[in-house]
Design a protein around this ligand. Sequence first.
Ligand SMILES: C[S@@+](CC[C@H](N)C(=O)[O-])C[C@H]1O[C@@H](n2cnc3c(N)ncnc32)[C@H](O)[C@@H]1O
Length: 262
Amino acid sequence: MPVNDLQSRAAALRWFHTIDLGGGVVTNGIVDTAYRLARLDLPASLEGLTVLDIGAWDGFFSFECERRGAARVVAADYYSWHGPGWGTKAAFQLAREALGSAVEDVDIDVMDLSPERLGTFDVVLFLGVLYHLRHPLLALERVSSVTRDQLILETVIDMVGFRRPALAFYPDRELNDDPTNWWGPNVPAVRGMLTSVGFQQVRTATEVPGALHRAARAVYHRLRRRNTVAAAFRQDRAVFHAAKRSATFQARPRPGTAAGSG
Ligand SMILES: C[S@@+](CC[C@H](N)C(=O)[O-])C[C@H]1O[C@@H](n2cnc3c(N)ncnc32)[C@H](O)[C@@H]1O
């Protein structure tokens, strides 16, 4: 596709992901995908593996898995492709075309995932979706049912510092003024849920900042009017790696802290 055409077609779309489409064309995404990718601790090689990206949106992480050698990648979504007020699938489709990608797409809600419908995958990505779901434990059961081995989960966390497994409930717009956000689990809750749906090993791949760091960040957020002090203090984002086969990875905490809160 001529670069000028690509440039104008990309500019006409609304992008969630920042994606380098080649020829100097980079999409005007609203999330810093490079920063988010660095935090994922995605294996450098996915050679020969099958990958399912649940809630793929524009597909940045699906394309990245393909780039890392995955034999087959399926991008699954529904809301951001067809849901009212979310957007369309056009950005994903343009990115796939521009990148010459063979990533497959399937329109499906998390709650409809099943091995009968989709098969199972070596690696499943479940990034930025959990807190959007009304029934997170049930959703994780569905996610587990299509995961042959490894799940990489990224989510908002809340009630940071509270040691018992707990989830904050957002019946209205409490999280980021977004009515599609429902639950913010804390780290013990995510770990407990993953174990309860069949993952033998779970490790937290991001470090949750200590109280002093969170307090300083909360003050910064207040000054920038980005979030309330209380929310910025107790909320963060975290990445978890879960595996069904114990040999998949060694438990190794990885440094790195989140800048945003929810
Ligand atoms: C915050 S975006 C995250 C997009 C991408 N995974 C990432 O990490 O950049 C949330 C995604 O979850 C999807 N989503 C929300 N509810 C869903 C559901 N019930 N089933 C499937 N996808 C859902 C949305 O369509 C959207 O693509």
